[in-house]
Design a protein around this ligand. Sequence first.
Ligand code: ATP
Length: 587
Amino acid sequence: MDYAVIADAYRKIESTTKRLEMTDILVDLLRNTSKDIVTKIVYLTQGKLYPDFVGIEIGIAEKLAIKSLVRASGRKESEILSDLQKTGDIGQVAENQLAKKKQATFFSKTLTVEHVYESFDKMAKTTGSGAVDMKTAVFAGLLSDASPKEAKYIIRTATGNLRLGIADMTVLEALAIAYGGGKEARGPIERAYNICSDLGRVSEILVREGLDAIKKMQVKVFEPIRPMLAERLPSPEEILEKLNGKCLAEYKYDGERIQAHKQGNNVALYSRQLENISSQYPDVADLIRKQVKAQEAIFEAECVAVDIETGDLRPFQELMHRRRKYDIETAIEQYPISLYTFDLLFVNGKDLTCEPLTDRRAILEEVLNKNIQLQIATQKVANNTKELEDFFEKAIEEGCEGLMCKSITKDSVYQAGNRGWLWIKYKRDYKSEMTDTVDLVVVGAFHGRGKRAGAYGALLLAAYNKEKDIFETVTKCGTGFTDKDITDLHTILQNHVIPRKHARILSMMEAEVWFEPFVVLEILGAEVTLSPIHMCAMESIRKDSGLAIRFPRFTGKYRTDKSPQDATTAREVVEMYQNQLKQINQT
Ligand code: ATP
């Protein structure tokens, strides 16, 4: 298939901000795609070659892209750099510069999707000495064969700047329409995606074997399952009411969520974002090899820093020292951990995700050889608010964040990839005004002065509006940053600067610098207030008003484990506002 077909679809997608139109364009593209390459189209459209958990990225640095473009276009590097300075968009630069060349040369070769994908793959897998030269040669070749319009998207994809704004859910919907017989097929297709986290594989099965095969898809070892998430409520009364008067309350540990996959001696560990983090935690993998009796298992646990001497839990910040690539052995010694398991999703060939929680837990008890480092989350069945409140106090006293209250009805299945009411979080923060933290997306910045000159003085932060798939500003924050944070943030954010406000950002405030939504920070605020300036949940409480977070302060936690779509949602901010009102009314 000609790459020009994809490039044309991208151009159309770029020219709309309407999700329905994007879906239609995608449906057309998928329908015009030969079965052999649907998977490739699905990955490429997301700027990828493989699902995230495989960990292979095209990852061409801008410098290498420029060098390749110089070679392919025959233009001077200085010309290309000055064009880049003007447009701020390497894709546009490629189009401009190649257009100049193409006018002068006769051009006939057609570029296929297969060839583009294979060249990207080759570049992604080339490492070691001579890798840069090899990648430059392959990339320059690709750009030379491309028309100016194709080059625009090829270079954007290779440098991680494609940013079509197509969410996974849009692709699922398009697949349902194009190959599942209509929108109704979205449910089973989404479920298939939730249990394998691989859009390419789902599309391949759908296209080749049909919807029935999708419905029969099962959980598999080493294919991470998208995690089940919890809703939140502020009081034991409301929690019990939601859970039919009875729940399994568990300690809510403050660490890192790990999904462990085991098959014999092979163990893989996935983060909440489903990245393979096995290399960070060789001690955890060893522990699992030794202590998990089942030949095959997939289970979830919170990995927590502990004090080996006392067995006491340590704060989340200590675990962050384990996030490193080098000198892991020292970190293992300095920051030992324990695993607190809380769910079992698969055991010895059997998919447990559709079994009730109590059954899953009973089997979990059987397959673990518990010891001081591998435990099951402390739990209790609570029938009344007093029991829940007492257990909560105990959890806090022992260093936890609060409780996870879980449904124990017959229907308490594992809802992969969903945030629902089967699990409800109860955290201490709700008890005071708004000491609850929120996770917000950095969408803009204001230049710093004085000590912060040359860096950013304050950041414009947004919540995620899930319904509209956009980011709505909710606060401007300049407090809580250490000098190191200021320098680090400046460096991190440099990679995400965009020339103008991103199409998915809703803001009335004019930032001095705009970013693509990427970086997520944990913020502690004093109060949620009505705001005439911020766009979060606009008009959901009062006409012409959005919601804002007052007196925000950065807690020091970079939520690198969260994608912008996992940030606090506008709906959650509304709930916080309403809960505050309730508290005020009670006093
Ligand atoms: P979320 O993961 O819900 O988007 P978050 O990352 O901000 O939100 P929290 O709101 O603190 O996290 O709560 C959910 C997390 O709590 C889970 O993702 C998991 O990592 C952790 N957790 C700790 N103990 C448990 C438990 N017993 N059962 C389930 N999750 C637990």
